[in-house]
Design a protein around this ligand. Structure first.
Ligand code: FAD
Length: 276
C-alpha cells in the first residue's frame, strides 16, 4: 500500500520569548516523526531572518527534512542570491518557492511570479524546489484553467512537489488533482489541512486565504465559540475526518498547518497514524 506523507508547517515567531518556545515545540513535533517540516517566510509579519535558522535546526539537529519557504515579491536578484547562499551554508536543501502577497503601492522588484523565482533558484543550483497550488483557485487567477497552466509551468521547471493552500471541502482538492493529472503534471501533491480550533484565528485565516468554510464548520464554530474545549474537539474531529477521506482517496500527502501547536498536531497524528 502506498504511504501517505505527513508533514507540518511552522512559522517563525515575532518576539524573542516565542523564539525560545518554537525550539521547544519543534522538539515535540519531532516525536511524531513528520516526513518534513516547512517553515514560512515573512507570512503574517513573522521574522524573515529566522526562516533559514529554524529550517537548518530542523534538518541538521532534529534530522527531519526541512523545507524553507521563500517569497520573491519586492526582492532584488541580489537579495535572493544572498538568501540562497545563506540557506546553502546552513545545510538547507529544500525550498518552497512562492511569489508572496502583492505589496500595496510598492514595487514588485526583480520577480513578477513564482516561476521567475523557480528559474532563479534552478540557475543558482543545489536545491529541490516545491511550489504552492490552490484547490479553490488562486484569488487573482481569471479561472481555474489558468491556475493549472501556471502549475504546469512550475512542473516543467522541475517542481516535483506541490503543497496546497488550506481547504475544507475535499472535492475541491480532488478536482484540482484530476486537472493536474490531465495536464500531465506528475508531481506529488500535499493537501493543506488547517484544524479549526479557534474561532478568531479561523476567520482571519479564511479571509486571508479566500478558502470557503462549509456549513458543518460554521455551525460548529457558532455553537462552540464560547466553549474552547468543545471547539477544539470539534476542530480535531473535522480535520481527522477530512484527512481520513483524503488518505482513502489516495492523496500523496497531508500537510498540517500546525500553527506552532504541538498538542494539536500530536492529537491529530495519533488519530490517523495507522492509516497513513
Ligand atoms: P504565483 O505562482 O506567482 O501566482 C500568483 C498569481 O499570479 C496567480 O493568480 C497566478 O495564476 C498568476 N500567475 C502566475 N504566473 C503567471 C504568469 N506567468 N503570467 C500571468 N499570471 C501569472 N506567503 C508568504 O508570504 N510566506 C509564506 O511562507 C507563504 N507560504 C505559503 C505556503 C503555501 C502552501 C501556500 C499555498 C501559500 C503560501 N503563501 C506564503 C502565500 C502566497 O505567497 C500567496 O498565495 C501568493 O499570493 C501567491 O504565491 P504563488 O507562489 O502561488 O504565486
Amino acid at each position: 500500500m502506498k504511504k501517505t506523507m505527513f508533514s507540518l508547517e511552522v512559522f517563525p515567531p515575532k518576539d524573542s520569548v516565542a523564539v525560545e518556545e518554537i525550539y521547544n515545540s519543534l522538539g515535540q513535533f519531532a516525536l511524531i516523526k513528520p516526513d518534513f517540516i516547512s517553515v514560512t517566510y515573512g507570512a503574517g509579519g513573522s521574522s524573515q531572518g529566522l526562516t533559514a535558522e529554524i529550517s537548518s535546526y530542523i534538518s541538521t539537529r532534529l534530522n527531519i527534512p526541512s523545507v524553507a519557504h521563500l517569497t520573491c515579491v519586492g526582492a532584488t536578484k541580489d537579495n535572493i542570491g544572498n538568501i540562497l547562499a545563506r540557506l546553502q551554508s546552513l545545510g538547507v536543501k529544500n525550498i518552497l518557492a512562492l511569489r508572496g502577497d502583492l505589496p500595496q503601492g510598492e514595487s514588485l522588484g526583480d520577480f513578477k511570479h513564482a516561476t521567475d523565482l523557480i528559474e532563479f533558484i534552478n540557475d543558482f543550483g543545489g536545491f529541490e524546489v516545491s511550489a504552492a497550488c490552490y484547490p479553490e483557485g488562486h484569488t487573482e487567477s481569471p479561472d481555474f484553467a489558468f491556475d493549472v497552466e501556471v502549475a504546469k509551468r512550475k512542473y516543467d521547471l522541475g517542481v516535483k512537489r506541490f503543497v496546497s493552500q488550506l481547504f475544507f471541502d475535499n472535492d475541491d482538492f480532488y478536482r484540482m488533482a484530476e486537472e493536474f493529472k490531465k495536464a500531465g503534471i506528475d508531481a506529488q501533491i500535499s493537501a493543506g489541512i488547517m484544524p479549526v480550533t479557534n474561532a478568531k484565528q479561523i476567520y482571519r485565516i479564511v479571509s486571508l486565504s479566500g478558502a470557503k468554510l462549509p456549513a458543518k464548520i460554521t455551525k460548529a464554530v457558532a455553537k462552540f465559540e464560547n466553549n474552547p474545549e468543545a471547539l477544539y474537539q470539534a476542530g480535531i474531529n473535522y480535520a481527522v475526518d477530512q484527512i481520513t477521506d483524503l488518505v482513502a482517496n489516495g492523496a500523496d500527502g497531508i500537510h498540517l498547518y500546525s500553527m506552532n501547536k504541538p498538542k494539536t498536531a500530536t492529537d491529530i497524528f495519533n488519530n490517523i497514524k495507522n492509516i497513513l
